[in-house]
Design a protein around this ligand. Structure first.
Ligand code: AHR
Length: 328
C-alpha cells in the first residue's frame, strides 16, 4: 500500500510519459504503484454483489488470482448490487491509498466523479466484467465480455428455430442500467428483428433466481400458455423461471423453450436434462488476465484499452458432452 501518494509534479511527468508511448493509463504509473516498497500490490476490488452463480465463479477467480502468493493484498468489497454502496467502496479504496482499484461496475452511468477522484489520487482503475459510460481516460483497461454478441448469438438461435412461425416470447432482463443487460438486449433485439417472433413482455429479474421466479410467475398469470419462448439474460433467472413454469403445470424446455446466458454448472445441467434449450456462455474466469493487467499498469507498462474474453454457445447435445468438464 502507498504510504503517501507521489507529488503532483511527478504524477504529471508520469502521465506525459504514458501519453508519449501511447500507453493506456488510468492515472497509474510505475512511480505511483507499489509505494509500500515491500513488493506487495494492494488492490481494492469493488465487486457487484453475489447475485448469481456466475458472480460466485467470478469472485472465486479474482480471489485466486489476487492471492498473497501472487504478490497481492486484496481488499474485497461486494456492494449487494447497490450502485451508491459501490461508489462508496471505491471512494474508501481511494482514501486507503491502495495501489490499484479493480471495478466490476453494477451500472454503466454515474462513475465520472469518483473515477476522476481516483485519477487525481494517481490510483489506476481497471474495469472487470462490465463497462462504464465515463470517459476512457478515467480507467486504464477493461477486461470483459462482448455482451452484445452474447445477445445476438441467443437471438440468432431463437430466430433460426422459431423465426418463421408466429412465436410469443418473454424476456427476463438483467440489472437495469448494467452494460450486461443493455447490450444483451440490443444484440438479441437486432437478431430477431424482421422475424415472426413477438415480444409479449420484458421485465427485469435483477440477475437473481428469486426475481426470475417472481417475474415469470407474473408472466404466466398474464399470458399463460401463450408463451412459447423465454429469453433470460442469465442462467439464474432462467432457473427461477423454470420453477415457476413447473409450478404452473407446464414442462420447461418443451412447452416453453428456454434460452439463457452464462453456462454455469446449474444452467448447463438444466440444458443437458432437456429443461433449457440453448445457453450462450459468459466466461467468469477473468481473474488471471485482470491480475496480469493490474501488475503491468502498476509497473507503468503499456496495456491494451480492452481485453475481450471469447464465449462459446451450447445446445442440449453439446451440453451433455461438456457438462462434466465444465470448470464452474
Ligand atoms: O455481468 C455479467 C452478468 O452478471 C452475468 O451474466 C450474470 O449472471 C451476472 O450476475
Amino acid at each position: 500500500m502507498k504510504a503517501k501518494k507521489i507529488i503532483a509534479g511527478v504524477a504529471f511527468l508520469g502521465a506525459l510519459a504514458l501519453t508519449a508511448t501511447g500507453c493506456a493509463g488510468g492515472g497509474g504509473s510505475a512511480a505511483g504503484g507499489n509505494g509500500g516498497g515491500d513488493g506487495v500490490i494492494t488492490v481494492g476490488f469493488a465487486q457487484t454483489g453475489s447475485e448469481s452463480g456466475w458472480r460466485s465463479a467470478n469472485t472465486e477467480s479474482m480471489k485466486e488470482a489476487f492471492s498473497e502468493a501472487n504478490g497481492f493484498n486484496l481488499v474485497f468489497n461486494a456492494a449487494d448490487n447497490k450502485p451508491e454502496a459501490q461508489i462508496a467502496a471505491v471512494r474508501s479504496f481511494i482514501n486507503q491509498g491502495v495501489d490499484a482499484i479493480v471495478l466490476a461496475p453494477i451500472v454503466t452511468d454515474g462513475w465520472d466523479d469518483v473515477l476522476q477522484e481516483a485519477k487525481d489520487a494517481n490510483i489506476p482503475v481497471i474495469l472487470e466484467d462490465r463497462t462504464v459510460s465515463a470517459s476512457k481516460d478515467l480507467y486504464a483497461s477493461w477486461i470483459g465480455l462482448d455482451f452484445k454478441k452474447e445477445g445476438e448469438t441467443a437471438g440468432k438461435w431463437v430466430a433460426d428455430n422459431f423465426g418463421s412461425t408466429p412465436t410469443n416470447l418473454v424476456v427476463l432482463e438483467g440489472t437495469t442500467g448494467s452494460s450486461a443487460a443493455t447490450d444483451r438486449a440490443s444484440g438479441f433485439d437486432s437478431a430477431i428483428a424482421g422475424t415472426d417472433i413477438k415480444v409479449l413482455d420484458s421485465q427485469t429479474g435483477n440477475f437473481t433466481r428469486a426475481d426470475g421466479k417472481t417475474v415469470m410467475e407474473g408472466f404466466l398469470q398474464k399470458y399463460g400458455s401463450q408463451i412459447n419462448v423465454l429469453f433470460a439474460h442469465n442462467d439464474d433467472m432462467g432457473l427461477g423461471a423454470l420453477e415457476a413454469i413447473k409450478a404452473a403445470g407446464l414442462k420447461p424446455g418443451t412447452d416453453i423453450k428456454i434460452v439463457t446466458i452464462d453456462a454455469v454448472k446449474d444452467g448447463m445441467t438444466a440444458l443437458a436434462n432437456g429443461e433449457f434449450n440453448y445457453i450462450v456462455e459468459c466466461n467468469p474466469l477473468l481473474g488471471e488476465k485482470t491480475a496480469e493487467v493490474v501488475k503491468k499498469v502498476v509497473a507503468g507498462e503499456s496495456v491494451d484499452k480492452q481485453y475481450i474474453v471469447e464465449d462459446q454457445a451450447f445446445d442440449q447435445e453439446q451440453a451433455k458432452k461438456v457438462l462434466d468438464s465444465r470448470p464452474y
